[in-house]
Design a protein around this ligand. Structure first.
Ligand code: MD3
Ligand code: FE
Length: 214
């Protein structure tokens, strides 16, 4: 890994791959606003555990904001403009979300980023996400921007095949990761969370993932 932007005023960055970057603490200043916005979104579209197409409960609790949201049920994984639980559109993407995502993408070399969806994942102690690829978006090179809030997690960064052994690295409160281009289809996952108490989120980790869907 090489240090990038090491002298930039907005913080340091680490390259994970040719087109994947961790921007350490990039969201720290906005974190309180983001957390307030998440609470407002969750009041309209509560966190819920969705089911896999195979019928198993997904352990990460999820909600969405933006033009469309990621959903999973017996019929499969997809993006939907309507929240299936409420029958209403997903809450709009807050201005602070959009600003942060576009600024992070630009800093990582992806100008003109317009995410249509923001999936909000909530992890509690013992909950992780198995190794997978994100393949439900039409655009397989546009970046995904992820924002970590609250309890720390160990992120698993794999290859383009499931066989490649993933590298583990920590993501902490305020970290932003941008993955696009040649690194967009890498396998990735999150180790089960250790228990803890974060001053901002209490007993959980929240992760925002911004996506260009179509
Ligand atoms: C790496 N979420 O929602 S960050 C997901 O922390 C997801 O909640 C994790 O994986 C989380 O699908 C990881 C997001 C992420 C998204 C796309 C990627 C990491 C990625 C694409 C390629 C490599
Ligand atoms: Fe993913």
């Amino acid at each position: 890994m090489s240090d990038l932007f090491a002298s930039a005023a907005a913080g340091s960055g680490t390259a994970l791959g040719a087109q994947a970057y961790v921007l350490h603490g990039f969201a720290l200043a906005q974190a309180p606003t983001l957390l307030q916005d998440i609470a407002q979104i969750a009041a309209q579209a509560p966190f819920r555990q969705m089911r896999t197409p195979g019928g198993r409960l997904i352990r990460v609790a999820m909600t969405n904001c933006g033009e469309c949201g990621w959903v999973s049920d017996r019929r499969g994984y997809r993006y939907a403009t309507i929240d299936p639980d409420s029958g209403r559109p997903w809450p709009a993407m807050p201005a602070a979300f959009l600003q942060l995502a576009t600024a992070a993408a630009a800093k990582a070399g992806f100008p003109d980023y317009r995410p249509q969806a923001c999936l909000i994942n909530r992890y509690r102690a013992g909950v992780g996400m198995g190794l997978h690829q994100d393949r439900d978006e039409d655009d397989a090179v546009a970046p995904i921007v992820s924002v970590s809030l609250g309890l720390p997690a160990v992120f698993l960064w794999g290859g383009r095949t499931r066989q490649e052994r993933p590298r583990a690295f920590p993501l902490t409160h305020g970290d932003v990761v941008v993955w696009g281009g040649v690194d967009r289809m890498r396998f990735h996952g999150v180790r089960p969370l250790a228990s803890g108490c974060d001053p901002a989120t209490g007993d959980c980790r929240l992760n925002l993932t911004f996506r260009k869907v179509r």
